[in-house]
Unconditional design. Structure first.
Ligand code: PLP
Length: 533
């Protein structure tokens, strides 16, 4: 038989691989039938102008993978049982049947949830913006690159078997000890190293807890609005969400249901997304509720390292005498989301169970990042890094408050004492948050409504559409001013009374004379060039 093949002498795909691939494709698409005899290696090598060895090696690989059979002194034949074809169902009716609700059943009736709600992790507009106030992004340049590379390198040199052997699934002991020290000094939490489980960020920690707590088919109490990652995860486990509103003092604890063995997910230090801090009387009430109903509280302390005034507020876990709080911490916000390291503080009595679940989930986190992070903390780099970025974010927050005041005459905000974002209450004479989001986008500025900024607004209240969520940590002071001034000008086109006089009197497209800390025209043009449209 003749095989119609065309080889190319590109150096990125070897000839032997091309022969293998082309014959394999011909077998799979039926061009060459099962049982057919293939040309002898000598003949095929002459036809294709390649060495006989190339063909022999390609045949040997095809034989190894079960596509052909070499029969001594008889020849080479296409196998009667082709591996890929054997994996296909005999007819279409064998394929699992899909149902419209996003579930399909497979053998034995197991159900796979084919549709879950996906959280928005990055700016949903997917286009470069001249100023993007997306939430929760650390300043890219603040990553301690030099120190980090040194620590990684040092650990690599002395790694020994650490990279080849399984380690404690709960995480590197050095890191757990460093975390305990940090929690004691900054969050008022006392924990034993057995209570710490290193995970791949808060989201991974939430998954661990969901598995442990059997949220499945139960219900989960959440703040509304709340972090999408938590709400959608609970849903994916089949839990019904039980939303509790948030007011200026945080979660309205008087509305907690009196149901035993519940689980409540909260963000007490800096409510996500509204930014409010849970008041002390509510903290006490929440803890008392958990003790009374034998429930657990999941405290997500995602950005608590950034408190701009006064001493850090003790975490809820620091007040937990009944062992009812499971604490989630992350290095995503204070170092970088790319390193994917976080931790869970497990209440006494549940340590073994948590460790067993963690082992079943993934046998533990990568050793190298854990080791470098442990050194980063132990050697004092973490403290100085935190001090530095706290100052940086404070300046950026102040720049945002100044810009809002200057251009709109109002900077009535929620949650500005801490964190990486604040919530601006839109003055009455301006359009709604949804409208402003669209207008801002048309001039290359990303601002977000309560529900578009990575949050789930489970009981959308009318007043939420008067709130805009503005992340400031990843923007320079110049970018912040540029973004807010552009937004002000765009709104002034619709309603000249929308903005303050200083902004309103600017000629079309021009930006106010610069004051200290604001961008020069040159800088602004450079930023503008980064926009696509
Ligand atoms: C409230 C909240 N929790 C958790 C996370 C995710 O943290 P991680 O990167 O550690 O999974 C975020 C991310 O923005 C968040 O806003």
């Amino acid at each position: 038989m003749t095989l119609l093949m065309k080889l190319s002498r590109r150096d990125d795909v070897g000839l032997q691989h091309q022969v293998f691939e082309q014959i394999r494709s011909m077998i799979l698409d039926g061009t060459v039938k099962c049982g057919a005899k293939l040309p002898a290696t000598r003949l095929l090598s002459e036809t294709l102008g390649v060495s006989r060895n190339t063909i022999s090696l390609a045949y040997a690989r095809l034989a190894d993978e079960g596509y052909i059979e070499m029969r001594e002194s008889v020849g080479t034949f296409v196998s009667s049982q082709i591996p890929d074809l054997a994996l296909l169902p005999a007819n279409a009716s064998d394929v699992s049947s899909h149902s419209l609700d996003g579930h399909f059943t497979i053998l034995g009736g197991a159900s796979i949830a084919a549709e879950v709600r996906s959280q928005t992790l990055i700016n949903p507009h997917r286009r470069p913006l001249c100023a993007d106030f997306w939430v929760g992004r650390p300043a890219a340049k603040s990553f301690p690159l030099k120190t980090w590379s040194k620590l990684i390198h040092r650990r690599l040199l002395s790694a020994g078997g650490a990279l080849t052997e399984y380690k404690d699934p709960a995480g590197l002991l050095d890191l757990r000890k460093a975390i305990i020290e940090h929690l004691r000094a900054w969050r008022g939490i006392t924990a034993h190293e057995d209570q710490i489980i290193i995970v791949g960020g808060c989201q991974d920690g939430l998954n661990l807890v969901c598995r442990m707590m059997m949220v499945r088919d139960g219900s989960a109490i959440v703040e509304t609005p709340c972090y999408q990652g938590a709400a959608y995860l609970f849903e994916s486990f089949g839990a019904r969400l039980h939303p509790i509103p948030v007011d200026a003092k945080g979660l309205v604890t008087s509305m907690l249901p009196d149901v035993a063995n519940s689980i409540a997910y909260v963000t007490p230090s800096h409510q996500y997304p509204l930014g409010v801090t849970l008041a002390l009387d509510r903290r006490i009430e929440l803890l008392a509720w958990a003790a009374r109903t034998h429930s657990y509280i999941l405290e997500d302390d995602y950005d608590s390292d950034f408190r701009f005034s006064g001493p850090p507020i003790t975490a809820l876990k620091g007040l937990d005498r009944a062992g009812r709080v499971i604490y989630l911490g992350t290095f995503s916000k204070c170092i970088g989301a790319g390193i994917r390291v976080g931790y869970v503080v497990i209440p006494r009595g549940l340590e073994d169970s948590a460790r067993h679940f963690k082992t079943l989930m993934n046998n533990g986190q990568p050793w190298l990042e854990q080791a470098a992070l442990a050194d980063f903390m132990k050697d004092g780099f973490y403290e100085s890094h935190l001090r530095r970025i706290r100052r940086l974010y404070l300046n950026r927050r102040n720049a945002l408050l100044d810009s809002l005041k200057r251009h709109f005459g109002s900077n009535e905000v929620l949650g500005a004492e801490a964190g990486m974002h604040l919530v601006w209450r839109i003055p009455k004479h301006l359009p709604s948050a949804h409208e402003i989001e669209t207008i801002a986008l048309s001039v290359g500025v990303g601002v977000y409504t309560v529900s578009s900024g990575g949050a789930a607004d489970l009981c959308p209240a009318a007043e939420n559409d008067r709130l805009l969520v503005l992340g400031f940590s990843s923007l320079s002071e110049q970018e912040i001013e540029l973004g807010i001034s552009r937004l002000a000008q765009a709104l002034a086109k619709i309603n000249p009374l929308a903005i303050t006089r200083s902004s309103a009197h600017l000629p079309k497209g021009e930006i106010r004379p610069r004051s200290k800390g604001e961008a020069s025209q040159k800088q602004k043009r450079a930023l503008d060039r980064r926009m696509l449209a």
